[in-house]
Design a protein around this ligand. Structure first.
Ligand code: NAP
Length: 540
């Protein structure tokens, strides 16, 4: 079967891309989704404590005022069921489901230079073709289960948070081991601890966290969200990170130490990612950052009663926000419970997984941690993983896996040379994971939709970036990161450091969403500068 466009993935990106291509351009579009329903990351991430860390009035689409008027979130940070309900509402409102197919995993896609079409193959052996192929596969959808020796010997059950069983997991009376203390682990541990007999948290890298301070939304706030659509959207689209809060104009050095502490304290009490917005230079100036880091480490020491545990939790080796900053509900306080313990893997590394649990060996000698369940909160093969899981082949059979052997190279995170008419939404080289995702997604989808509209109006058959534009943009992405403290955390997943054998290249564009959106706009206005546009061949 042939379509004008195939969109892979039915999360925020896939849904809106379908709407854009079908309802604005009138194309015949099919969405293929591996999950059993729409939702993308929110279909798979059902682990205990899962919750969005963008606020609900910004974690939504802004393309439709009517949609904004109709949908009311119930909490400051929505959980997966509410986000899925929102996406379901969107799908119904815009009649999207009729062009979506679920339970279909795309395994390969290859470009046929004779017909200028993409051939898409699925796990079940189905094939279809399309003129345009849009990968809306998400940045954090390829689960990373580390290769720790002995996992196959474990007699209990184990789960990865990003592939959580739909029916949930009952921890009642169980001895649970959780590996990982990133955004996910920090959300999961307090909830698991409430029902488990015992929870052991295995921490490799200590992490900052700011309280989320989640709460139900008041009727007044809901009204404010409805009545201030333009303002909220305006802020979200004009900041570096797509959130609906402004970043302070002040630098840390502009205020006295007392004023600074008061600013941090107020942000701590407000809770959430706004903490990062307290001073303009927090992510660009190491000394400024160190003041925030010290404030947050002091909060950890104040929250955790056992001094040794507090020290392990506060022994953080990177600047604040250099790794993705988590927000939490009672994470550090959880370590005051009698049924929770921390294993500091820097002192006592995992030696292996055994039939009965996890064995560590280090400063405390050899220790067996008896477990019934292991939870891997170990993150994702981020950004490139979801794309490279598929065998994507462009002109002359050229393989994306080969091209990206030393790291991803894209033009604006939107396209790769030699892969005509293939678009990536929030791909490597775009602001993506450094932003409130729906805002970044809308910007990409709007750009791609406009671009495809331009191609069709002007009889252009193919678009792909030039090698030079791609090289230059790839260098720009590295330079943008070098100008921030994000460059200091070489062990972060932004560099691919969490996956064995992955090339160490900073993947997202750290220059800010608003600046990036302007760049993309300018490129389009200048006739798709940096792209090679292929016209239909005249008949021989
Ligand atoms: P993550 O940030 O990559 O954290 C994974 C954790 O597992 C880290 O503590 C890591 O330690 C540890 N780990 C990995 N391999 C290990 C090994 N072999 N042995 C011991 N420890 C190991 O993953 P995540 O927490 O799932 O978060 C990923 C991203 O998803 C976040 O940064 C965020 O962008 C997104 N997210 C968002 C939300 C939200 O909206 N609320 C919630 C969850 C996640 P090291 O640090 O030492 O590598």
């Amino acid at each position: 079967m042939h379509f004008d466009a195939i969109v892979i993935g039915a999360g925020f990106a896939g849904l809106y891309q379908l709407h854009g291509l079908r309802d604005r351009l009138g194309l015949r579009v099919r969405v293929l989704e591996a999950g059993g329903d729409l939702g993308g990351t929110w279909y798979w991430n059902r682990y205990p404590g899962a919750r969005c860390d963008s606020e609900s009035h910004a974690y939504r689409y802004f393309f439709s005022r009517e949609l904004n008027d109709e949908w009311q979130s119930t909490e400051r940070y929505p959980g997966p069921p509410e986000i899925r309900a929102y996406l379901d509402y969107v799908a119904k409102k815009f009649d999207l489901r009729r062009d979506m197919k679920f339970g279909v995993r795309v395994t390969a896609a290859s470009f046929d230079e004779g017909t200028n079409r993409w051939r898409v193959e699925t796990e079940s052996g189905e094939q279809c073709t399309a003129t345009y192929l849009v990968a809306a596969v998400g940045c954090l959808s390829a689960a990373n289960v580390p290769d720790i020796p002995g996992l196959k010997d474990f007699r209990g059950n184990w789960y990865h948070t990003g592939q959580w069983p739909q029916e949930g997991v009952d921890f009642t009376g169980k001895r649970v081991g959780q590996i990982g203390t990133g955004s996910t682990g920090i959300q999961a541990a307090p909830v698991i601890a409430q029902s488990a007999a015992h929870l052991t948290v295995f921490q490799r890298t200590a992490n900052y966290s700011v309280p989320a301070r989640n709460a139900p939304l008041t009727p007044e706030f809901k009204r404010w969200v409805r009545d201030n659509f333009d303002e909220i959207r305006g802020i979200a689209r004009s900041t570096v990170n797509g959130h609906a809060f402004r970043i302070s104009e002040r630098n840390v050095a502009d205020v006295t130490p007392e004023e600074r502490e008061a600013v941090y304290q107020a942000a701590w009490e407000t809770g959430g990612l706004q903490f990062r917005a307290t001073f303009r230079d927090l992510v660009t100036d190491r000394a400024a950052n160190a003041t925030a880091a010290e404030f947050l480490k002091a909060r950890i020491r104040a929250a955790v009663k056992d001094p040794a545990t507090a020290e392990s939790l506060a022994n953080i080796d990177h600047p604040y926000a250099a790794k993705r900053p988590p927000i939490d509900t009672d994470y550090f306080e959880t370590f005051n419970r009698a049924n929770v313990s921390l294993v500091d893997l820097r002192a006592d590394p995992i030696e292996r997984i055994t039939a009965d649990g996890i064995r560590t060996e280090g400063k405390s000698g050899r220790r067996e941690h008896a477990l019934d369940i292991i939870v891997f909160a170990t993150g994702f093969d981020a950004m490139t993983g979801p794309l490279l899981k598929m065998d994507i082949r462009g002109r002359a059979g050229r393989s994306l896996r080969e091209d990206w052997k030393t790291g991803p190279e894209t033009y604006l995170g939107l396209q790769m040379p030699g892969f005509p008419n293939l678009f990536t939404i929030t791909g490597p080289g775009s602001p993506s994971v450094l932003t409130n995702m729906p805002v970044a997604i809308e910007q990409h989808v709007d750009w791609i939709t406009e671009c495809i509209g331009h191609l069709r109006r002007n009889g252009i058959e193919t678009i792909e970036p030039s090698a030079q534009a791609t090289r230059e943009w790839t260098a720009t992405v590295q330079e943008a990161a070098q100008a921030t403290v994000l460059w200091d955390a070489k062990h972060s997943w932004y560099f691919g450091a969490n996956v064995a054998g992955k090339p160490q290249v900073f993947m997202p564009y750290a220059g800010g969403l608003a600046r990036y959106a302007k760049l993309c706009e300018g490129v389009a206005e200048r006739g798709y500068e940096g792209f090679v546009l292929g016209r239909a061949k005249a008949p021989a």
